[in-house]
Design a binder for this molecule. Structure first.
Ligand code: NAD
Length: 333
């Protein structure tokens, strides 16, 4: 494949940082952009052109996009349930990022834009039981997405579609289902279940408390995709001719209690579980139906939840043991 100049928006975040690394390894020129000061980026690579810009601003988007061939939009104000249930306005403001990136892509003549959508676009009435058979792409309509965050994602998906249809900008959209792995958020309030459970189990082990707080009754179900699978799938979708939003997630559904079982097993500890029924817990059951992506891209996650959690647990353990926090950027110079 020819070498491209590629913008990664949200490069200071979890998935963005890993994507920059992957694109650089393939020999592409990468412009990495995030609104956070660079010392707060989870990963930073000296081979990339690193810029700090707030992409809610249209001029900043033009500066970021100018001279690039492809754009991966991974920038959003987001987090786990604890964040998105309490910050709906902030989540919706991410619409400015995608809107201005699409406008800048059109203005600057970029060829292709990838948008990171979410399983949170799926209708709430399809996710009321723990035995969810897996959400198919058509389950996003009639629309009843997650309030705030999910509506922004659904609206931005439509923006991508109409920019493609009306302005001939090539757009690709993946609906990510819970991505986890090293170099991601594990504390501070934006972390998602796998990282939060790892952190809590490690804290209980280090502190000798032998207890863990679980949000909800632990019976709610989810599926989790390891970062390496996410990277492969994201780039396969970007390289493909797939025009409709498509699931990118794991179909290995577990309850939160089962997730805790695995992490306890990795840690070699058993903890007393305290269920906090008033904490944010999201939908009752959610998993990815991968029929379409298997058929179109022959893509399936290759890393089991157990394998992925071992790597994630080890990374979070090292961070906590060395006393580093998310503010200690990993410099890849
Ligand atoms: P993240 O929070 O680690 O990264 C997002 C990055 O975007 C952050 O570094 C943040 O500073 C940056 N950002 C926010 N507002 C910005 C702005 N105005 N200008 C420039 N940068 C800005 O999140 P992530 O887990 O890497 O997620 C990446 C994308 O994938 C997001 O769009 C997210 O909604 C989507 N997604 C992620 C998951 C998941 O499980 N991680 C699931 C579904 C969808």
């Amino acid at each position: 494949m020819s070498k491209l100049t590629i913008l990664v928006a949200g490069a200071g975040g979890f998935i963005g940082g890993h994507l920059v690394e992957s694109l650089l390894k393939q020999g592409h020129r990468v412009r990495a952009v995030d609104k956070k000061p660079q010392w707060q980026w989870y990963q930073r690579f000296h081979e990339a052109e690193n810029l700090t810009l707030n992409l809610e601003d249209k001029q900043a988007c033009i500066q970021a996009v100018n001279g690039t061939d492809w754009i991966y939009n991974l920038a959003a104000d987001m987090g786990g349930m604890g964040f998105i249930e309490l910050n709906k306005g902030l989540c919706m403001l991410s619409v400015l990022i995608n809107t201005h990136l699409l406008m800048a892509a059109r203005h600057c003549g970029a060829q292709r834009l990838f948008y990171a959508s979410s399983a949170c676009v799926y209708a709430g009435y399809k996710q009321k039981t723990t035995d969810n058979p897996g959400l198919k792409e058509e389950d996003a309509y009639p629309a009843d997405p997650e309030d705030g965050y999910g509506w922004e994602k659904l609206f931005s998906e439509r923006m991508c579609r109409h920019f493609r249809e009306d302005f001939k900008l090539e757009t690709r959209v993946a609906r990510y289902h819970n991505v986890y792995g090293p170099n991601g958020t594990y504390d501070g309030g934006r972390e998602k279940a796998p990282a939060a459970i790892c952190r809590k189990v490690i804290a209980a082990k280090m502190g000798g408390t032998k207890e863990i707080e679980i949000w909800g009754d632990g019976l709610q179900t989810r599926s989790f995709m390891y970062i390496n699978d996410c990277l492969k799938g994201t780039q396969a979708i970007m390289n493909s001719g797939i025009l409709q939003p498509i699931n990118l997630g794991s179909a290995e559904m577990v309850s939160i209690n089962q997730l805790v079982d695995i992490v306890e097993d990795i840690a070699g500890i058993k903890l007393k579980r305290n269920y906090n029924l008033s904490a944010p817990k999201g939908v009752r059951g959610r998993s990815s139906d991968n029929t379409l992506i298997k058929e179109l891209l022959q893509w399936e996650p290759s890393i089991t939840l157990r394998e992925g959690l071992e790597k994630t647990y080890a990374w979070i353990y090292d961070q906590m043991k060395s006393g580093s926090s998310k503010d200690d950027v990993v410099n890849k110079f």
